[in-house]
Design a protein around this ligand. Structure first.
Ligand SMILES: Cc1cc2nc3c(=O)[nH]c(=O)nc-3n(C[C@H](O)[C@H](O)[C@H](O)COP(=O)(O)OP(=O)(O)OC[C@H]3O[C@@H](n4cnc5c(N)ncnc54)[C@H](O)[C@@H]3O)c2cc1C
Length: 407
């Protein structure tokens, strides 16, 4: 069998894997990143680059070049609940210059980062290469087995990182099983043209039993509809016209453009999951990103948290990798650092799911809001506005690249 030897084998070329590969290669650690697809092209993935990631790119000296790529910048996000527009998020409250959310197709971001990593001789990216299992020496993981177009190979490594997403093969091969938190929703994604006179940037419309997302992608919306889990087939049977009607009932500004949705082939079902490993490591193995904790699309923070895991991992392990061995205690330290912000965010996501999963006869907000609801909104909205930019834009514990990566 062909054999590749390296210091760190990273399985998965998503945001977590590519960022970790970039950081470690930048300080001279030999890394092999395995990505099962032949490219980074994936539709309807998290395409948000958060203020904390912009700050990180600035620390790494990549910000300007990154922002020269085609992207969209959003400074505010509204939410419309039963016709009442709430100015929920104003990223202008964050310190400049990273006071906006950048929307960029995830493949452009990953191509950019992988291109930058390829400038370092110790970075090796194996595309179209799928990990199939792990190598072991006693209890320790010592790399992975994999397949590519030429057949089987093994990657021998001092440290293996599972960054292969929510259905992680590496995690399964080591017997680590995530705890699933019940999620009652799925998301249908599709593209819609923007209305000729578009409303202010609006993240979501909630009303009439529907939750419709409209992410501004410049010339069009990446639109989403949150549905009860398992209801997709029933919706298909009811027909695309009924689906369009449910969208426009909740999101009135879409009335003139929803007609572009004519066929279910335009609609992609994405199953929402919230899960977390109790233990993110084994001797010689660390799980990060969705492989350690699948995030819901709520608040759009999954990519951000995956990147923050990569930064925390690189900060903790670069020196040990350069000077000697990595102990399981050091791997446990990474979980110890990242678990509290992940747990807090997942708890918020589950709360949001519970709120949006309410039956139509018990809406969060009446239309029009009652006097009591208006009073509550007057109290709550300023609090939401104060907390949301930090919560969405930076997350609970944003990580900074250590001086090792910035000097
Ligand atoms: C419907 C939906 C919408 C979302 N929207 C957003 C959003 O707007 N903003 C946001 O921040 N987050 C969003 N998320 C969450 C976000 O997509 C994830 O949290 C994030 O991509 C996790 O990054 P990752 O690198 O850990 O894993 P992934 O992005 O899943 O990357 C894993 C990589 O590993 C590769 N891989 C898998 N198995 C193997 C194998 N055996 N061998 C080699 N390679 C393998 C995969 O091809 C993939 O490239 C959304 C999630 C869902 C479900």
């Amino acid at each position: 069998m062909r054999r590749v030897e390296t210091e760190v084998c990273i399985v998965g070329g998503g945001p977590a894997g590519v960022m970790l590969g970039y950081l470690l290669a930048r300080v001279g650690v030999d890394v092999v990143v395995l990505e099962k697809h032949g490219d980074f092209l994936r539709d309807f993935r998290g395409d948000t680059i958060h203020p904390s990631t912009l700050t990180l790119l600035g620390q790494l000296g990549l910000r300007e070049e990154f922002l020269a790529l085609p992207h969209n910048e959003v400074g505010t996000l509204d939410v419309v609940v039963n016709g009442t527009r709430i100015h929920a998020v104003d990223f202008g409250a964050l310190p400049a210059p990273d006071d906006f959310l950048a929307f960029m197709p995830q493949w452009d971001f990953l191509n950019f980062l992988a291109g930058k990593a390829a400038e370092f001789p110790s970075f090796h990216l194996l595309m179209s290469t799928s990990a199939t299992g792990v190598r072991r020496a006693g209890a320790a993981v010592t790399g992975v087995t994999a397949t590519d177009a030429q057949g089987e190979l093994e990657v021998v490594a001092r440290l293996t990182v599972a960054a292969d997403g929510r259905t992680s093969t590496v995690r399964a091969a080591t017997g680590l099983e995530p705890r699933q938190f019940g999620v009652g929703i799925d998301v249908l994604w599709f593209s819609l043209p923007k209305p000729a006179a578009p409303p202010p940037p609006t993240l979501a419309y909630l009303g009439d039993g529907a939750l419709v997302l409209t992410i501004d992608r410049g010339d069009h919306y990446q639109a989403g509809s949150v549905i009860p889990k398992g209801r997709f087939e029933a919706l298909r049977e009811a027909g695309i016209d009924a689906f369009r009607d449910s969208l426009t009932a909740a999101a009135k500004p879409l009335r003139g453009v929803a007609g572009a949705l004519t066929d279910w082939d335009q609609v992609k079902l994405l199953s929402v999951q919230v899960s977390r490993l109790d233990t993110w490591h084994r001797p010689g193995l660390l799980c990060i990103g969705d492989a350690a904790h699948a995030m819901s699309p709520a608040f759009g923070v999954g990519v951000n948290y995956a990147i923050q895991d990569a930064v925390a991992t690189a900060n903790a392990l670069a020196e040990p990798l350069l000077t000697g061995a990595v102990s399981e205690r050091q791997l446990a330290g990474i979980q110890h650092r990242r678990l509290p912000p992940v747990r807090a965010m997942q708890a918020l996501q589950l709360r949001l799911h519970a709120a949006i999963g309410r039956p139509p006869e018990k809406p969060v907000l009446a239309n029009p809001p009652t006097a009591g609801q208006r009073a509550a909104l007057n109290l709550l909205v300023p609090l939401i506005r104060a907390a949301a930019p930090r919560l969405v834009g930076r997350g609970f514990r944003p990580e900074s690249a250590s001086p090792l990566f910035t000097s």
